[in-house]
Design a protein around this ligand. Structure first.
Ligand SMILES: [Zn+2]
Ligand SMILES: [Zn+2]
Ligand SMILES: [Zn+2]
Ligand SMILES: [Zn+2]
Length: 317
């Protein structure tokens, strides 16, 4: 739906709440963040039997040095990522990673033909080597077997954060500490309201096509992004998805609960949940309807002249 994206982009900039802008946006205190620690790896390490003889962990770096040296043997000469099984080699024995191999017509090391030779010995060694996480340069101390690597990297706390604005228009990535200043600099039109109990007013909900309404709410020393997304389904039905995400880690988000409420004449529709971390983003939650979901008819029941007010309450839990 490339057409939808275009409208979506406009939606972010133009479709936000027209509520009186709070003066506090620039004054919002950025909360202190500790140097990212990988909570996932602690879990994954504790799964290892302690008598396995394989040492791994934050305080066992010295003993994995040998393993890191071994890991460097698997470095792809083109992208410096690791060449992991199935490991293919050229006729002279040089290896190249799977994704680079698909783009190459000859060996990048000796320019010989790439052929179709598998290096089973390297593959066997790869099974015993602990590879550093892809985000080790961002401070992740974890080393893992290659079979556990991609699963960890998907949830790694050191993975860069993407811009939390919905839609695909902003390609920004950076650390958690930089997210708020990015929003202030690049998404100036987003309104911020202070307080734990506010009204998120989405104006012109009858605008055609896919539209996002975005607003910031700051309370408890944290910043939350409220998102209302309208999607047009294939059958012409329009669906609304409302959700709150914390500008913070998954762990921080677990300390909060949010409630979204539509209220109208003798009617009330409420949704309560844990805010999403912007590390996870809202799209997967929207896809699985893990948010406040309603259709156009329901929106009309609660809207006033095309404007829909959603009561948002954030609480500590
Ligand atoms: Zn490569
Ligand atoms: Zn070669
Ligand atoms: Zn990691
Ligand atoms: Zn952005």
């Amino acid at each position: 739906m490339p057409e939808g994206l275009g409208t979506e982009k406009e939606g972010i900039e133009a479709g936000f709440s027209s509520f009186t802008p709070a003066p506090g946006f620039l004054k919002v205190d950025l909360f202190p963040i500790n140097i990212p620690r990988c909570s996932h790896c602690v879990v994954s390490m504790s799964r290892q039997p302690s008598n396995s003889g394989k040492t791994r962990g934050h305080n066992q770096q010295a003993s994995t040095t040998g393993s890191n040296d071994l890991a460097s043997l698997f470095e792809c000469p083109v992208c410096f990522d690791y060449a992991l099984p199935p490991i293919m080699q050229c006729q002279s024995g040089h290896i190249v990673c799977h994704s680079c191999r698909q783009k190459l017509s000859m060996c990048p090391t000796c320019r010989g033909p790439l052929g179709n030779i598998r290096n089973l010995a390297m593959e066997k060694v790869a099974m015993t080597v602990l590879f550093p996480c892809k985000y080790s340069t961002n401070g992740c101390p974890v080393t893992l077997l290659h079979t556990e690597k991609s699963e960890h990297e998907e949830t790694c706390e050191c993975r860069p954060y993407c811009c939390p604005c919905p839609g695909a228009s902003c390609k920004w990535q950076g650390s958690l500490e930089q997210v708020m200043s990015h929003l202030v600099q690049s998404h100036k039109s987003i309104t911020t309201l202070q307080g734990e109990d506010i009204v998120f007013l989405a104006t012109d909900i009858n605008l055609p096509g896919a539209v996002d309404w975005v607003m910031m709410q700051s309370c408890f020393g944290q910043n939350f992004m409220l998102v209302l997304e309208k999607q047009e389904k294939i059958d012409g039905l329009q669906m609304f998805y409302a959700i709150v995400q914390l500008i913070g880690t998954r762990k921080q988000a677990e300390n909060f609960a949010y409630r979204l409420e539509l209220s109208g004449h003798r009617r009330r529709l409420t949704w309560e949940a844990t805010p999403r971390s912007i590390h996870d983003g809202v799209q997967s939650a929207i896809l699985s309807s893990d948010c406040l979901v309603f259709d156009t008819n329901i929106a009309q029941l609660f809207a006033d002249h095309g404007n829909l007010g959603i009561n948002v309450t954030i609480s500590l839990c």
